[in-house]
Design a protein around this ligand. Sequence first.
Ligand SMILES: [Zn+2]
Length: 271
Amino acid sequence: MNKKLKSPVVLAVAAHPDDIEFMAAGTLMLLKQAGCELHYLIVANGNCGSVEYDSNTTRKVRASEARRAAAYVGAHVHPSLVNDLEIFYDLKTLRRVAAVVREVKPGIVLTHSPQDYMEDHTNTCRLAVTAAFAHGAPNFKTIPSRPTHDGDVTVYHWMPHHFRDPLRRRVMPGAFVNTTSVQAVKRAALSEHRSQQSWLDASQGMNSYVASMENSAREMGKMSGRFKFAEGWRRHLHWGFSSREEDPLAALLGRNYRVSEAYEKRLNADG
Ligand SMILES: [Zn+2]
């Protein structure tokens, strides 16, 4: 009888060890406060994220950074599956991601934007979406083998890097989450990825990755017209994932969630 009131399990599927802290950790902290159990699957181990250390060392450093960052939200971190730049939309990886989905039985899956600046992100998005789709399909086999689960799943996409698609076009969010109350904790969680300071500086000219996250959250807040700091989201079409259309983030986050009317309006426009 109380089943309906139980907060859903949330699975965040990211490409790299710091992606969640950049784009989604604020929302996850609020979901934790709302009683959700949180899981992270970071598909690649982060081994390319260094110009100083070799692959093995980088992988180990980044795994411990990811665990420390996840501890801020109390998320369970599942083992990574492949190396950086080796995330492909292939059958073996899909079966492995689908096994995690079936193990965790999420009601909500959070992942990258279908359009983003690099292929690890877009391939991770595709893997997460199909793995979520396959949660109730017994003839799709997972590695390791896991039984299907019957619940509804709602998929949300966080915003692409710098809110742009790979062709430089602006991507607008469909909903905003007010992360102001957890912004300091989000900052602390991202700061755990210490190895990334010199890497992001060298590779992307981000002289302070924490300040960069802060600016993005402030920009999203401004865009919301209501919140000081925010994260943006787009909800996936529900067909095949859920028996009916739902927006569980709205129910869980209440006043900290705002649907963009402009976005909803555009969804129904022709062309
Ligand atoms: Zn990434």
